[in-house]
Design a protein around this ligand. Structure first.
Ligand code: E4P
Length: 215
């Protein structure tokens, strides 16, 4: 499973990249609003740091505007993926992008038929939001299982990005289900790679090594 960083924070992206833990990045308007500076410059910089796909989202709600904005995003770098919301206008835009070989990530997916429709329109990636579903007492990971199964049934090649990840169990379950990608904030990636037995084991090794040095 690929790890994408769900952030627009450059330091986090650099840190993850240095450790081989950043196969791509997803941004959204809320994440970009947290950072200082011109969003276009931030996305351009992210696309330089990261070899993999970098999602940048359109703001327009009508197809023409989505296509215009998406093509502007795509001009920034060859690894930009245009993020398009799962709406009727969005599907039309995805189809146009697909005909022009512009990669897309269909966002705000909350049921499996939305994912299937996005794939049929030509989305390169689909993003089910698991945490936001959990928030309304609908198990988000059940949706991922459904999408993975439906895509497998029909040999659909659109990649499934598990988004709105809220903890290590979402990421682990995503990998168990065979999702292509989980997009995760850097703090959560670090948290899921920590283990108290790793820490105490290292402490003991270092303490024992001190005994040798004191000989
Ligand atoms: C990523 O593509 C999504 O925009 C992001 O994971 C949404 O996460 P949130 O539900 O924590 O805002």
């Amino acid at each position: 499973m690929k790890f994408f960083l769900d952030t627009a924070h450059l330091d986090d992206i650099r840190e993850a990249t240095e450790r081989g833990l950043c196969d791509g990045v997803t941004t959204n308007p809320s994440l970009l609003a947290k950072e200082d500076g011109d969003p276009r410059e931030i996305v351009r910089e992210i696309a330089k740091i990261v070899d993999g796909p970098v999602s940048a989202e359109v703001i327009s709600t009508e197809t023409d505007g989505m296509v215009r904005e998406g093509l502007e995003w795509a001009k920034l770098a060859s690894n930009i993926v245009v993020k398009v919301p799962m709406t009727m206008d969005g599907l039309k835009a995805i189809r146009i992008f697909s005909s022009q070989d512009v990669a897309t990530n269909c966002t705000l997916i909350f049921n499996a038929m939305q994912a299937l429709a996005a794939a049929k329109a030509g989305a390169s990636m689909v993003s089910p939001f698991v945490g936001r579903l959990d928030d309304i007492q609908s198990p988000g990971m059940d949706l991922v299982a459904q999408i993975v199964k439906v895509f497998k049934n029909y040999g659909i090649t659109s990649e499934v990005i598990v988004a709105s990840v809220r903890g290590p169990m979402h990421a682990l379950r995503a990998a168990e289900l065979g999702a292509d990608i989980a997009t995760i904030p850097w703090a959560q990636i670090q948290a899921m790679l920590r283990h108290p037995l790793t820490d105490s084991g290292l402490e003991r090794f270092l303490a024992d090594w001190e005994k040798i040095r004191e000989r």
